[in-house]
Design a protein around this ligand. Structure first.
Ligand code: PRP
Length: 218
């Protein structure tokens, strides 16, 4: 049986996706263990999971190296490859925000320096507001940037808000609300239509169950 491959973003998205795949009837024992493998053929199905960096998921799907992907809306919006995005999975909820040190420094001249993993979204946000910025493109631990003086503010993801708080930063504006999305490659949609529909149906049912459970929570 030909495999149908699903690239999933490592980290929080992968954890939430494993729960959804399990709820959708897939056997995820190996995937939820602490294996360092990056390819998992789920038993009793033709689904092959590829574990990739979140920023790489759209590339895998766009180039047809994966038939489908699960990745945050934040990454899809940053890259805008125009992938077919049939399902909001409603998990891995977070927001992309502008944050700045609680203790404001004053008297600075020159463009506002913004540290971020999301250069396009950050640039677009400030240019819409007519604010001249210099983007400092970093790859992680963005909260460190204002503390070290490499940037004035940051544009980064916030979930619980703990990382901002513990690093003396305060949220100023929300740029985007994000959740994990299912994306499907256009060629796979055509050539593996049955498999694509099966995955979509199972995940959308699992997502609905998950939403009902969330609403039922006190
Ligand atoms: C993400 C994000 C924040 C943190 C927010 O980082 O970039 O740093 O999580 O979560 P919180 O609001 O619950 O504290 P991640 O863990 O992906 O690491 P990274 O910064 O190294 O990419």
């Amino acid at each position: 049986m030909e495999k149908f491959s699903l690239a999933i973003a490592k980290g929080r998205v992968l954890e939430d996706s494993v729960a959804l795949l399990a709820a959708g009837g897939y056997s995820v024992e190996e995937l939820s263990g602490d294996s360092r493998k990056l390819v998992f053929d789920l038993p009793r199905s033709n689904l092959r999971v590829l574990v990739v960096r979140s920023q790489d998921v759209p590339t895998y799907v766009d180039r047809g190296a994966a038939d489908a992907g699960i990745v945050g809306k934040d990454v899809l919006e940053e890259q805008r490859l125009g992938l077919y995005e049939p399902l909001d999975l409603g998990v891995s909820r977070c927001r992309l925000v502008v944050a700045a040190p609680r203790e404001k420094s004053n008297g600075k001249i020159g463009p506002l320096r913004i540290a971020t993993k999301y250069p396009s979204l950050a640039r677009e946000h400030f240019s819409r507001k007519g604010i001249h910025t210099e983007i400092v493109h970093l790859y992680g631990a963005i909260e460190l940037a204002p503390l070290t003086g490499i940037a004035d503010k940051i544009v980064d993801l916030v979930d619980t808000g703990r990382t901002l708080k513990e690093n003396g930063l305060a949220e100023e504006e929300i740029i985007l609300q994000s959740t994990a999305r299912l994306v499907i490659g256009r060629a796979s949609l055509r050539l593996k239509e049955k498999d694509a529909r099966d995955l979509l149906a199972r995940l959308s049912e699992a997502g609905q169950k998950n939403a009902v459970r969330r609403e039922a929570r006190p």
